[in-house]
Design a protein around this ligand. Structure first.
Ligand code: HEM
Length: 508
């Protein structure tokens, strides 16, 4: 009797669980169906048509597309390969991709990019970026969405407002070091690695504050190397998006820890300073760290925000400086016009000021043009947080809106957009700074996530470039360096586009 009772109660339990599970699945199924219907109606309301352009592939799971991209990246021509591949396969500006069985989208269309970064900004999130970057930079402005992102942006915006008025003398130490290195070099010199060192020094001093005795030069050197390696792997992981877990070398985990440990030592040092000498005195030496700490109350969160700014600030400005000189030595007329502007703005022997930099309008055109051709973050990614619409890409002609359901990823490429002949004319691939003097040309904005460090970056790059050109009035292209059309030179793609062959110049 007892046995029968146990058997039947165990049966009841299993039956109950199965019913519950079935009920739950049915509920999910119905919900999914409802969501699907709601999406269809939403699409109809916006006049959406299905996307017809699809990136073709030959091997299962589109592994050939991965392989060809990988080969092109190794050969240093990923961007050129992509633009040719898109042309050859006639996929237009917006198309569907199916990689490893997962559907996603890609666009170079300015209207769609504007929708992603600006008009429908709230519909798009950073999950893929977060997964790729989290090990290196933790939780901060580049890995957050929604309210946490808004909070980070507000905190950092205040920091950048403060430094907007700081004296350009802060760049003197790093530029003097760079010029000292150049003075001890002879023959052909590669400026690109020097610019990377320069911007590492300026950005670390911006965020970490004054150096302290607890670190010796070897620590800084090791940090620089670890930071380089960790950024390189993070950028690769970013491109792998959902599959970034496939590329997590052990060395990567180790270097990420070391880079974060280095930043943490500055945070600890600033907090110790505050404890020992009081808030007011300590703020003088480490304003960035202590202002963040006052809001975040957690040293780890402060460290992560610092890492986020570091990753934003180092390579971007170094590449802007490097490509600017790279292009100027290949365009002697533009270089001469810039030299004239410098001569007529700054008296010989007088220190360079922020006011003088602000007056150099041709230098601004050069930076605009360089940023156009060698866009930082050449390919970016987002994922839909809710079902949304892209203004173009649907229907046979690709001009109708397209429905993008919740949870789908998109890659968008400012690099390809910036070389569009429709937008910039027949000479879109050429370096012509004067185009920025034409009234109708405007920078295509970055939307809500617009760069917070723009002023700092442009002031720093201007200061560095002017000081170099003042020091070397004969700076020029070495005679045996071949000139190739812009976009066809070898490139290294990380978060940014760097020149694989550096920025070689003759100084005297
Ligand atoms: C030539 C130099 C630079 C360029 C071209 C550049 C470009 C950009 C771009 C395109 C974004 C938007 C990223 C996105 O939408 O995913 C961005 C965001 C950002 N940049 Fe810059 N950047 C430069 C230098 C700097 C520097 C030097 C700093 C700091 C020291 C900095 C700090 C930031 C921050 C904090 C954000 C995040 C904004 C947000 O997500 O709300 N940038 N930058």
């Amino acid at each position: 009797m007892d046995y029968l009772f146990r058997e039947s109660s165990s049966f009841n339990l299993r039956f109950g669980l199965a019913t519950l599970l079935l009920g739950y699945w049915t509920y999910l199924y119905i919900q999914k169906g409802r969501q699907f219907e709601a999406d269809v109606m939403f699409g109809e309301r916006h006049g959406c048509l299905p996307i017809e352009k699809k990136l073709p592939y030959k091997w299962p799971l589109a592994l050939d597309v991965f392989k060809r991209q990988y080969d092109a990246a190794v050969a240093g021509n990923l961007m050129a390969f992509q633009s040719q591949y898109f042309k050859d396969t006639n996929v237009g500006q917006t198309f569907q991709v199916k990689l490893l069985g997962r559907i996603g989208y890609f666009t170079n269309d300015p209207k769609n990019i504007e929708a992603i970064v600006s008009t429908n900004f709230e519909d798009w999130g950073l999950r893929a970026t977060r997964d790729g970057l989290y090990s290196m930079i933790g939780s901060g402005i580049f890995t957050q969405d929604g309210a946490p992102w808004k909070h980070s942006r507000e905190l950092l915006r205040r920091q950048f407002m403060r430094i907007q008025y700081q004296d350009v003398k802060v760049f003197d130490g790093p530029i003097d070091d760079l010029l000292a290195t150049l003075a001890s070099s002879s023959g052909v010199v590669d400026l690109q690695p020097e610019f990377f060192k320069f911007t590492l020094a300026t950005t670390t001093s911006l965020i970490f504050g004054e150096p302290f005795a607890g670190l010796d030069p070897k620590d800084h050197e090791a940090f620089g190397e670890n930071f380089d390696y960790a950024s390189l792997v993070s950028a690769m992981r970013l491109r792998l998006a959902d599959w970034c877990f496939l590329y997590t070398p052990r060395k990567y985990t180790k270097t990420c820890d070391q880079v974060k440990k280095y930043a943490m030592r500055y945070v600890d040092h600033a907090l110790m300073d505050m404890k020992e000498h009081g808030e007011e005195a300590a703020l003088e030496h480490h304003p960035f760290i202590l202002d963040l700490y006052k809001e975040l109350h957690d040293p780890i969160l402060v460290r992560d925000q610092l890492m986020n700014v570091l990753i934003a600030g180092r390579d971007t400005t170094a590449c802007l400086m490097s490509w600017s000189i790279y292009l100027l030595v290949r365009h002697p007329a533009a270089l001469e016009r810039l030299r004239q502007e410098i001569r007529s703005t700054v008296e010989i022997g007088q220190p360079l000021t922020r006011g003088q930099i602000n007056k150099m309008s041709y230098l601004k055109c050069i930076f605009n043009e360089t940023n156009r051709l060698y866009t930082n973050i050449p390919v970016n990614v987002r994922e839909t947080l809710k079902t949304t619409v892209l203004p173009r890409g649907g229907g046979p002609d690709g001009n109708s809106p397209v429905l993008i359901r919740k949870g789908y990823g998109i890659g968008f490429s400012p690099y390809h957009m910036h070389r569009s002949k429709e937008l910039y004319g027949e000479d879109a691939n050429d370096f012509r700074p004067e185009r920025w003097e034409e009234p109708e040309l405007k920078n295509i904005g970055c939307g809500a996530r617009v760069c917070l460090g723009k002023d700092f970056a442009l002031t720093e790059a201007s200061y560095g470039i002017v000081r170099i050109l003042q020091t070397y009035p004969n700076l020029r292209l070495p005679p045996d360096v071949p000139i190739v059309p812009s976009g066809q030179e070898k490139q290294i793609i990380t978060f940014v586009v760097a020149s694989a062959e550096g920025c070689k110049v003759l100084l005297d």
